[in-house]
Every structure is written in structure tokens, then in C-alpha cells.
Design a protein around this ligand. Structure first.
Ligand SMILES: Nc1ncnc2c1ncn2[C@@H]1O[C@H](COP(=O)(O)OP(=O)(O)OP(=O)(O)O)[C@@H](O)[C@H]1O
Length: 229
């Protein structure tokens, strides 16, 4: 049987030894999606940073694809693709160059065809030769998401992927993530979008100060809607 994509047990994360939220416990299996939900500043991104190896956990257990997290390991980086930061693009590369370089850097064969498909899917074909500075903020967001999907992966980690996407693109993203799961990939996302939780997540984790709880997607979606009336 395949190993869980993520296994977090009493995982405590924070900065300078001070935790930002209560300990987190969840398991993300192959072909499944877990959504981290919670208020601004509750600690969702910090949990994601620990999962992709940008932050050492304060305490607890964390395994990704059955191993300790080591982002310096090329095999880790070829199995774990993430889209976290808003400005993680090369300002002097065009949209096409950014995607092509990312694909080739991660050893993707047939990068040209894949880049062409993603440009189409993310509505960027006519901007393929544009620099990021010439894109709208939503188009730059699409570029960053496409750069996640151009990478090889069995785990995809996304921080609020819905940000600045219009409704049609959000729906397309949800469909893409469902297809990702169907193909056996795992998805860990932090989100404030109840529709994305309902469409994609198999389970949600409510990240908070006092206690973190595992919720059904419908409960999590209702909680987000209550927090953002
Ligand atoms: N580099 C950092 N150093 C110190 N504290 C930080 C750092 N980054 C974030 N924090 C703090 O950690 C807490 C959790 O932040 P985090 O970004 O994980 O929240 P979040 O749940 O992702 O929030 P949002 O929904 O607003 O994106 C916040 O109080 C934030 O101020």
C-alpha cells in the first residue's frame, strides 16, 4: 500500500520557538485532499511551510511520503510541488520561459508540450511572451499556479490558491484538483473558499489557538461561511 502523503502527529509549528497554533494531527492519503481552514493568522501557512521543509517544526512528528522532510533532497522536490508565495516568479523571464525553466529544472520530459497545455488551461496562451510585470494580478496568480502544475509531484501543496482568481478560474482549478486526486495525487491546501473545500477536500483541519479539529468538508465550508458572513 502507498504511504500517506502527509502524516502529522501533534505537530507544533511557530517562529522562534513560540507556537502559532495548537498542535495539528492529520493524515493525508494518496488520492485525497485535506484543506486547512481557519481565521487570518491562525497558522495555516506556517503548517504548510513545515510540510514543505521551509520551517523546522517546534515539536511533534511530521512525515511526508513516508520520510522525514528534507527539501534539499532532489527526490523530495520532485515529489512535492508547492505554490505558496505571491511573488515567486522570475521578473526577467516571460510566462513561457518561467514555466519551461521550472519544468526542465525538475527534470520533466516533454516540457514543451506540457507548458503549452498549461498555458491553455490557465488562460495564459496569449500572454506566453509577456513578462510578469505586464500581467494583471490574477494572471500572475495563474502563472504561479501553472508553475506548480508543471512540476512532477505526488503531493501538491497550495496556499490559498483561490486568491485573485475569478469564478470561472476557481471552478477550473477545483476541477483540476479533483483530476489530480483521481490520478492518485494528494493535495494539501489552505483556503478561505468554502466552495473549494466542498468540491475538493475529503477532510478539513480547523487550525486555531486552542485546539485544532478535523472536520468534514461540509462542516468546514459552513465554518468559513460563518466566519466570513
Ligand atoms: N516569518 C514570521 N515570523 C514570525 N511570525 C510570523 C512569521 N510569519 C507569520 N507569522 C505569524 O504567525 C501567525 C500565523 O501566520 P500564518 O501566515 O501561518 O497564518 P494563516 O492562517 O496562513 O493566515 P492567513 O489566513 O491570513 O493567510 C501570525 O500571527 C503571523 O503574524
Amino acid at each position: 500500500m502507498s504511504k500517506p502523503a502527509v502524516r502529522a502527529q501533534d505537530l507544533l509549528v511557530g517562529y522562534g520557538g513560540a507556537p502559532v497554533c495548537a498542535p495539528v494531527t492529520f493524515t493525508l492519503g494518496p488520492g485525497k485532499a485535506v484543506a486547512l481552514v481557519g481565521a487570518n493568522g491562525s497558522g495555516k501557512s506556517t503548517v504548510l511551510r513545515a510540510v514543505i521543509g521551509l520551517l523546522e517544526p517546534t515539536s511533534g512528528k511530521l512525515q511526508v511520503l513516508g520520510d522525514e522532510v528534507d527539501e534539499r533532497d532532489v527526490s523530495f522536490r520532485r515529489q512535492v510541488a508547492s505554490v505558496l508565495d505571491d511573488d515567486a516568479y522570475f521578473p526577467a523571464l516571460t510566462v513561457h520561459e518561467h514555466l519551461y525553466l521550472t519544468a526542465r529544472g525538475h527534470g520533466v520530459l516533454g516540457a514543451d508540450a506540457l507548458v503549452g497545455e498549461l498555458l491553455e488551461e490557465f488562460g495564459l496562451t496569449e500572454h506566453a511572451r509577456s513578462l510578469p510585470v505586464a500581467l494583471s494580478s490574477g494572471q500572475r496568480r495563474r502563472l504561479l499556479l501553472a508553475a506548480g502544475f508543471v512540476r512532477p509531484r505526488s503531493l501538491l501543496v497550495l496556499d490559498e490558491p483561490e486568491q485573485r482568481l475569478d469564478r470561472a478560474m476557481r471552478d477550473r482549478l477545483a476541477a483540476r484538483l479533483v483530476a489530480e486526486k483521481r490520478a492518485g495525487g494528494s493535495v494539501l491546501l489552505a483556503t478561505h473558499d468554502p466552495d473549494l473545500v466542498t468540491a475538493v477536500a475529503d477532510r478539513a483541519v480547523h487550525v486555531a489557538d486552542d485546539v485544532t479539529r478535523v472536520l468534514a468538508p461540509a462542516e468546514a465550508a459552513a465554518l468559513i461561511s460563518r466566519e466570513n458572513p
